[in-house]
Design a protein around this ligand. Sequence first.
Ligand SMILES: CCCCC/C=C\C/C=C\CCC/C=C/C(=O)SCCNC(=O)CCNC(=O)[C@H](O)C(C)(C)COP(=O)(O)OP(=O)(O)OC[C@H]1O[C@@H](n2cnc3c(N)ncnc32)[C@H](O)[C@@H]1OP(=O)(O)O
Length: 290
Amino acid sequence: MLLSGSGKPQFGEGNREVGEAPLGRPVWAAVGGSLMSLCLPFTGVATMKFKSPPVNSLSLEFLTEFSISLEKLENNRACRGVIITSTLPKIFSSGLDITEMCGKSMEHYTEFWRAVQEMWLRLYGSNMVTVAAVNGSSPAGGCLVAMSCDYRIMAENPKFSIGLNEAQLGIVAPFWFKDTFVNVVGHRIAERSLQLGSLHPAPEAHKLGLVDELVPEEKLMERAAAVMAQWLALPDHARQLTKTMMRKAVLDRLVAHREEDIKNFVTFVSKESIQKSLRMYMEMLKKRKS
Ligand SMILES: CCCCC/C=C\C/C=C\CCC/C=C/C(=O)SCCNC(=O)CCNC(=O)[C@H](O)C(C)(C)COP(=O)(O)OP(=O)(O)OC[C@H]1O[C@@H](n2cnc3c(N)ncnc32)[C@H](O)[C@@H]1OP(=O)(O)O
């Protein structure tokens, strides 16, 4: 992430190419940030590829770049849809960066949580058609990203899993993660899956409706492009108004309670018992590796 003199992040500054389409509309031929690459060809469908090794954790920096990228695409009249995927093998996103929630100040937790909210408000509320091409595991915040898209296609590898596993970390998915989940899979499946902190292997995720379809990994992007074309065949205004109608209540709920939600997160995550759970979880991840 590059920062301007004013301290405001400037996405992709320096390697952004701005072109003019034949019809005179401005088009980004290619835009590269440090944590994700973004390409908008003349078809009007952008591809956003996460590239933050080792596991595409959603750090404050990543979330900021993500929100800025979405805003830029949203404001670009030439862009009608975005396919979101990962450049990393086996990982779509490992969810929120746990180190951002461990041993930091209240101010940091506040800034971090606001960035998580911002990313979700932009993605879930996007006017564009959003398709997640889930080419690897996608726990917690990674699952939220996928669920916030209009359509999810997952590589059919049973080693890849997806779900809101917060309970396994000793933390609680906030109400808007839960609302998004309920809107995708329904109340009963969400209730059971959330309480158990389940990570569903791809075939099970498909059975539950958490992902819309499974395809062989090598066909993922081809299928995502075909789905996108199908969704874009409809007039934008009708699709956008319908999307707003379906998602508005859930979006409005966070907007109305945004500061309270930040306060709850900061209070919750600052508790010594929660810090201990998060530290133990990180240690478990490291031990599992060795
Ligand atoms: C009623 C009151 C309610 C109040 C509620 C208020 C607020 C709510 C409060 C909190 C809400 C928080 C919501 C949280 C959402 C999240 O997203 S939490 C993150 C959840 N993510 C995970 O559990 C994934 C953990 N990671 C893995 O399972 C695996 O790493 C993997 C993604 C499957 C990849 O496996 P593999 O390829 O084998 O890689 P490694 O495990 O070896 O990992 C490589 C290194 O990356 C580190 N790492 C992995 N995930 C994360 C992460 N999410 N954050 C930070 N770092 C991560 C891992 O430790 C390795 O590091 P080293 O190389 O060992 O240094």
